[in-house]
Design a protein around this ligand. Structure first.
Ligand SMILES: *Cc1c(COP(=O)(O)O)cnc(C)c1O
Length: 357
């Protein structure tokens, strides 16, 4: 059998993951045979996980935050919803048949998985006219059985940042948990003016993924909680391991992911991420202007993600030319200006677009 090799990143414009930083790649390889799920046996990788959480907590504006490196944003979101469900509405146990979670319609599909797995009802509210959460529309869905109110800081389809302080107010009025999903946006937002993190609003839990804009190897997501009593909701006794309890959803976990997350943040926070944020945003702004000049309807890139209307014919021709591009649910072309997407790449892309007859 011929040896398989991975895809190249040169024409990948649709992914939220990117080429790992060389230091992250080296650390992943070195820690392949470790299991942070059993920290008393695999002590070095457990230390690296503590370092990674300290770094994530600083990035998210709350040095005392606690948490762990998850398999990705999906696990982090499921676990946050599990904390909310187990705490119940008003911080007490759930008394009704079915607790609910209130979120904007732009919420990532992982919340549908979370609701399904946890037996929660997911209520999604219509967005405002710029693809952001509308707190008034959300407040109409909140009731006495609401256990969590969710905001997105860097939405998957249009890269929008919800009004997190207003969403946190809503959660606190409802005595529900406030969760922010910054899985993709978290490594970019510290270099913007947006309010999105723990010291901007009364957020309880937050998802932030090193394996997206953090330049860590997959799998490395992040779940943070404001205080340890929240994370303790997840703790399960672990009789056969050397360590006594475990808060993660999965048992054996990737030490490669943990080590690469720690290495990437050690290398890049804050200056490397700042440069990356500036470069990615400048590329997104350039692409948006180039598409606009050509007469396509472009959604203003608030974060480095450009959406635009693109007819079927152009879309298919570009796919045919090897461009990895995707569409939003409503059919817009969606290009994520990740760190591997250079200006040169975007120039070639636009040149190929101009060639479509
Ligand atoms: C990517 C993403 C997720 C899911 O993360 P995975 O690592 O793919 O599980 C959740 N929320 C948002 C906003 C995302 O962009």
């Amino acid at each position: 059998m011929q040896r398989a090799s991975p895809q190249e990143f040169s024409r990948v414009l649709s992914s939220m993951c990117t080429e790992p930083h060389p230091a992250a790649r080296a650390a992943a390889e070195e820690f392949l045979a470790t299991n942070p799920g059993d920290p008393a046996t695999y002590e070095t990788v457990a230390d690296l996980e503590r370092e990674a959480i300290t770094a994530l907590a600083e990035i998210a504006g709350h040095p005392d935050a606690v948490g762990y490196i998850t398999s990705g944003g999906t696990e982090a979101n499921i676990q946050a919803m599990r904390i909310a469900r187990d705490r119940g509405p008003t911080g007490g146990p759930v008394t009704s048949e079915r607790a609910n979670v209130v979120a904007p319609a732009s919420v990532h599909f992982s919340f549908h998985k979370a609701a399904d797995v946890l037996g929660l009802e997911l209520r999604t509210a219509p967005l405002d006219d710029d693809y952001r959460a509308d707190p008034d529309a959300m407040s109409e869905l909140v009731d006495g059985d609401t256990v969590a109110v969710v905001g997105v800081a860097g939405s998957t389809e249009y890269g929008r940042v919800d009004p997190i302080p207003a969403i946190a107010d809503l959660a606190s009025e409802a005595e529900a948990l406030c969760h922010v999903d910054a899985a993709w946006g978290g490594f970019h937002l510290p270099f913007t003016e947006h309010d999105w993190q723990f010291d901007h609003a009364a957020i309880d839990t937050l998802t932030i993924d090193p394996h997206k804009l953090g330049q860590a190897a997959v799998p490395a997501g992040g779940l943070l909680a404001r205080s340890s009593d929240l994370l303790d909701e997840l703790a399960i006794d672990t009789p056969y391991l050397e360590s006594a309890s475990q808060a993660s959803l999965t048992g054996t976990r990737s030490g490669a992911g943990v080590a690469s997350a720690a290495a990437a943040m050690d290398e890049l926070w804050p200056d490397g991420y700042r440069e990356q944020a500036e470069r990615c945003q400048a590329n997104a702004d350039w692409l948006a202007a180039a598409l606009d000049e050509r007469g396509y309807d472009v959604v203003e890139p608030e974060l480095p993600l450009v959406a635009a209307t693109l007819p079927e014919r152009e879309f298919d021709a570009l796919r045919e030319a090897g461009w990895r591009i995707a569409r939003t649910a409503s059919g817009d072309l969606r290009i994520v200006c990740m760190p591997h997407v250079t200006r040169e790449t975007l120039r070639e892309f636009v040149t190929d677009l101009d060639r479509v007859e």
